[in-house]
Design a protein around this ligand. Structure first.
Ligand code: 6UN
Length: 479
């Protein structure tokens, strides 16, 4: 499926532009070829979205919500194709792909269909005057999405953008074009009006992504990915003051108190450090553990890291996946080497697994647990985005909060304690957009989702997404 990936413009495939390869991260072999969109192809996609906009925006929201539900139903009909293509591009385990990545695609479209259809409007009464608001879509929205949760994150943005009446041009990551190509086929299959959803493939800076965000016909940009790319996009759109919604990088902290359920905290850390190979913006890379339980926690986490299963994606018991690319694998390993150079104590991992089969050509790294480095170490300050964490002991609550907040990022955090008052007190003091207490990545799609500082601008989720993807006009009538 999809040996060659085309763009999708105005409801039809467009096989134009030089081809570039996508590699299977499990073996490092080419899995498909993809056309790279130049400025002219991007211009055609933006024009198709502009042409489709008036009719789509004019539909009643209930009709657009029905289209979202049709997309969700059609996603479920193509479930196995989506699972296969996402695994081929990313090397994810089939268990994660089948339980998280693809199901969230249908769930995202359904959630925003309901949230939009049920959303109450407001009126404001003054003596002698009545005010109310009407919401209009932003227009043509550029949707630039990453390689770590390709289908989940693309649909997380498309649901609210489309149901709010916008038309979109999606630029998937050059590493993971497949599931977007399937979604394009799905859209064509259900007869989504041509031009409502367009997909262009290519790279970022100096390529398709840059051509798209800086295109005069694009009214807004939503992006999930690295903070420095977010900064670059801001520069590209600054002259036109285009609205941006950014979910960017993180250097997320986990705080474990001595009164925590230690087994739950260890299990939670295994998930929050190693899920998706640590390639999730919400993953924990810094752990702070109260000294009385530091040794036991560190030993148990290190032991669990050593037992993660490097099976192939199709193996049901696989729990560790490869990095998305050779380049990213090398970046993660450079931090492993830096940690060792700086004198870290390596409690688990620190290198590359040897399989003795075709996986040696893939992009695997060992799950790694470090300790012994100072707060100012680059390992504790820079986003690594791999299966690695550093653990630091602390002695007092205030110290733990200060350590956790000592970061240029502020996306997510976890707090592990059985002291109810402390749970609320610490959670409220953490500089993060998301704090999970005695759990991780438990998601209510209605809640505000996003980060502070370098971790982003704005919030997605529930009405917060709809607020980004539409502009209110306040109308006041003299009675
Ligand atoms: O779960 C979500 O809705 C979401 O946006 C996850 C983002 C993960 C980014 O790496």
């Amino acid at each position: 499926m999809f040996d060659q990936v085309s763009h999708f413009i105005g409801g039809v495939p467009v096989a134009e532009g030089p081809l570039f390869p996508v590699y299977d991260p499990v073996t490092g072999t080419v899995v498909r070829q993809v056309h790279e969109a130049d400025r002219a192809v991007v211009d055609r996609a933006v024009s198709a979205a502009r042409t489709a906009l008036p009719a789509w925006a004019a539909l009643p929201v209930a009709e657009r919500a029905r289209w979202m539900r049709r997309l969700a139903d059609a996603i479920e009909e193509r479930f196995e194709d989506l699972v296969a293509v996402e695994i081929a591009d990313t090397g994810k385990s089939i268990s994660q792909t089948r339980t998280l990545d693809i199901p969230r695609g249908a769930a995202n479209f359904r959630a925003f269909a309901e949230i939009a259809a049920q959303r109450p409007e407001s009126t404001y009464h003054l003596p002698g005057a009545l005010s109310y608001t009407v919401r209009k879509p932003l227009g043509v929205v550029a949707v630039v999405v990453p390689w770590n949760l390709p289908f989940l994150l693309m649909t997380w943005k498309l649901g609210p953008a489309l149901v709010a009446g916008n038309t979109v041009v999606v630029k998937p990551s050059e590493n993971t074009p497949g599931s977007a190509a399937v979604l394009a086929e799905i859209a064509a299959g259900i007869g989504l009006p041509p031009g409502v959803l367009n997909v262009v493939h290519g790279f970022g800076g100096g390529s398709t992504g840059q051509f798209l965000v800086e295109h005069d016909g694009v009214d807004a940009v939503t992006f999930t990915g690295e903070s420095r790319t977010g900064s670059s996009i801001m520069r590209s759109v600054a002259d036109r003051v285009k609205p941006v919604s950014f979910e960017l990088g993180g250097k997320n902290a986990g705080v474990v108190f001595a009164d925590a359920d230690l087994e739950a905290a260890v299990e939670g850390a295994v998930r929050s450090v190693f899920t998706n190979g640590g390639q999730v913006c919400l993953c924990t890379e810094r752990l702070y553990v109260e000294r009385p339980v530091f040794e036991e926690f560190a030993d148990r986490l290190a032991e669990r890291a050593g037992h993660l299963v490097f099976g192939r994606p199709q193996d049901e018991n696989t729990t560790m996946m490869p990095m998305i690319s050779a380049e990213h694998r090398d970046k993660v390993l450079s931090y492993y080497d830096l940690a060792k150079t700086e004198g870290a104590k390596v409690l688990a991992g620190g290198g590359v697994p040897a399989f003795g089969d075709d996986r040696d050509g893939g992009y695997y790294v060992e799950p790694t647990v470090l300790t012994g480095l100072p707060a100012e170490s680059r390992v504790n300050r820079e986003e690594i985005f791999g299966p690695v964490c550093h653990i630091t002991p602390f002695d007092a609550e205030a110290e733990a909060v200060a350590l956790a907040n000592d970061s240029e990022y502020g996306l997510a955090a976890t707090v592990w304690t059985t002291d109810l008052s402390r749970a609320h007190r610490v959670a409220q003091r953490l500089d993060a957009g998301l704090v999970w207490v005695n759990t991780w990545y438990l998601r209510d799609l209605r809640t505000p989702f996003g980060g502070v500082k370098l971790s982003g601008i704005g919030r997605e989720g529930g009405v917060h997404s709809l607020d980004f993807y539409s502009e209110p006009t306040t109308i006041t009538i003299k009675l």
